[in-house]
Design a protein around this ligand. Structure first.
Ligand code: NAD
Ligand code: TYD
Length: 362
């Protein structure tokens, strides 16, 4: 029995993590993938590149909240597993407009669960036993740690602080309830901050790489001492596949790299690597572009993940150290100016103006 031998429905597959995951799945040779993505500002066909044409890949533009569409895709493609990555994902945008987060992350996930349940119920027993629904969530549902606190585990209480985190928490609770109440074979993963190729440049690392190389300020919120636990996106994808293959239904798995760094440390490393890989035409260090700006409202101080359960039970370990992954990521952004141009749409420029225009240096 191989859970990775049939058709996997990947929602949000044209986004950052989703497109990396779809590439992994297609590269295995024994899996077919249906990608369902609404192509919001964060989703781009070009993230899927040449695998858009793969005979084992079907791309569908659509909304996870569309009942008829989801029901049809499950049936038509005889889906054996769903991996749900579709979401509104940026904390700063959730502060400006939480409603879209509730619509996709909560209502959309509820629809996926309902359609998956209706479909799963009617499968023949052998297919029912193999079917999985993997819901991809975040460490942010656990709230914020103090500097001496132990890292989050699967047993940590939910305490979401941003509208984004609250909407992801709502979805996680629905997934739990669908397993508990209806027996849907669902699993939830809670992962720390990802970084790597094709991350939309509203998030810290790509924003800093692109602002630096464009000679623009590097806006660090508050005192820059907030800590995040960084994981290279490919390591996250490996964890998701391992959980799909061998995770226990009804369980949650914490995923993290144990690479805790302050935002100042991350931005400093980006500057130092860029100084070496792409020196400033005007001389001097990119560090000169760092600008401390007023803090994000409700900014969580520290996230850290203890992935011992995933390591111990499923034998997963991250393969990429932060310096190695960061160097690869910077290299990718420098080598892909066409991608950068295409995702920096007028909407993107409008977002940057709204978010940073009124934020003069603190
Ligand atoms: P992303 O913003 O890059 O991509 C999200 C994708 O979802 C986009 O392609 C978008 O078009 C699509 N989408 C949005 N609404 C949709 C809808 N209603 N129907 C169908 N598609 C829709 O996000 P990402 O960073 O790739 O994150 C993917 C998932 O992983 C999210 O669920 C996120 O909460 C979770 N996660 C992300 C991180 C991280 O650091 N990026 C960490 C932990 C968990
Ligand atoms: P982000 O990439 O938005 O991820 P999250 O908020 O989900 O952790 O931000 C990572 C950290 O970087 C977070 O502490 C906020 C901070 N940050 C800045 O200091 N400046 C910025 O311009 C951005 C986007 C983030």
């Amino acid at each position: 029995m191989d859970r990775l031998a049939g058709t996997v429905l990947v929602t949000g597959g044209a986004g950052f993590i989703g497109s990396n995951l779809v590439r992994h799945l297609i590269s295995r040779g024994d899996v077919s993938v249906v990608t369902l993505d609404k192509l919001t500002y964060a989703g781009h066909r070009l993230n899927l590149g040449d695998i858009l044409g793969s005979p084992r890949h079907v791309f569908v533009e659509g909304d996870i909240a569309d009942r008829a569409l989801v029901a049809r895709l499950l049936q038509t493609h005889a889906v054996g597993a769903v991996i749900n990555l579709a979401a509104e994902t940026h904390v700063d945008r959730s502060i400006h407009g939480p409603a879209a987060f509730v619509q996709t992350n909560v209502v959309g996930t509820l629809n996926l669960l309902e359609q998956a349940y209706l479909y799963w119920q009617k499968l023949p027993p052998s297919d029912r036993a193999l079917f999985r629904f993997v819901h991809v969530s975040t460490d942010e549902v656990y709230g914020s740690l103090g500097c001496g606190d132990p890292a989050f585990t699967e047993a940590s209480p939910y305490a979401p602080n941003s509208p984004y985190a609250a909407s992801k928490a709502g979805a996680d609770h629905l997934v739990r309830a669908f397993h508990h109440t209806y027996g849907l074979p669902a699993l939830t993963t809670n992962c720390s901050n990802n970084y790597g190729p094709r991350q939309y440049p509203e998030k810290l690392i790509p924003l800093m790489i692109l602002n630096a190389s464009n000679g623009e300020p590097l806006p660090i919120y508050g005192d820059g001492q907030n800590v995040r636990d960084w994981l290279y996106v490919e390591d996250h994808c490996q964890a998701l596949l391992r959980i799909l293959e061998a995770g226990t239904v009804g369980e949650t798995y914490v995923v993290g790299g144990s690479d805790e760094l302050t935002n100042c440390e991350v931005v400093g490393m980006i500057c130092d690597m860029l100084d070496e890989m792409h020196p400033r035409s005007t001389g001097g260090s990119y560090r000169e572009q760092i600008a401390f700006v007023p803090d994000r409202a409700g900014h969580d101080r520290r996230y850290a993940m203890n992935a011992q359960k995933l390591r111990g039970e499923l034998g997963w370990t991250p393969a990429t150290s932060f310096p190695e992954g960061l160097r690869r990521t910077i290299g990718w952004y420098l080598e892909n100016p066409q991608w950068v141009r295409e995702v920096q749409t007028p909407e993107y420029r409008q977002w940057i103006a709204t978010q940073y225009g009124g934020r003069s240096s603190a």
